[in-house]
Design a protein around this ligand. Sequence first.
Ligand SMILES: O=C(O)c1ccccc1N[C@@H]1O[C@H](COP(=O)(O)O)[C@@H](O)[C@H]1O
Length: 214
Amino acid sequence: MTVSVKICGLSEPQSLHAAVSGGARYVGFVFYPASPRYVSPAMAAELARLVPTGVRTVGLFVDPDDDFLEHVVSQVPFDLIQLHGKETPRRIAEVKAAFSIPVMKAIKVGGPEDLAHALEVAEVADRLLFDAKPPAKVTALPGGNGIAFDWTLLAGRRWPRPWMLSGGLKADNVAEAVATTGAEALDVSSGVEDRPGHKDPALVRAFLDTVAGL
Ligand SMILES: O=C(O)c1ccccc1N[C@@H]1O[C@H](COP(=O)(O)O)[C@@H](O)[C@H]1O
């Protein structure tokens, strides 16, 4: 089985190179200002120039308004917009219509009830992304927290859209994550960092090598 990988939160040429040379099929840039992985549109545009044909660029946003999306999208070419906030199906449809770029919507999974919501989202989003819902007591970002969820919730489930698994993935748990969920695409951010917001090229390569060996 070929499992594709998105390395998210890239902000430097070295880690971008490690991602694309190691076989990542997607690279993600974070436009959420409170994130340690935030990149300016100008920096993302420079990095996007280094992305070879065949690797897809993803812009990650959290509840963006149209002005902010326009500001970024006019500078950086994206193959996919990732919405990682509280965007409703209606808002997802608006973003698709306004920017003509496919949308991947993050579903925060805490329990089975969140998966019912995913079916509603799948009516409008082009792709789904399952991430962990941080426990209420934890002060956390809307994503990129290195927290995994109960993967058995996805076991045996089928979805009407292509989907990615994310949340707390790293080289030493990814085999179990894929075996449990059947995921054919993965998204990783903090699991390939040596400190918050800083990708370690060696960890990026180790993750990609592990996935390639599944
Ligand atoms: O990475 C971030 O900083 C981020 C900020 C705001 C929303 C989402 C973010 N990242 C996404 O979160 C998941 C899980 O990441 P991790 O591997 O557990 O660190 C992933 O889909 C990232 O794209």
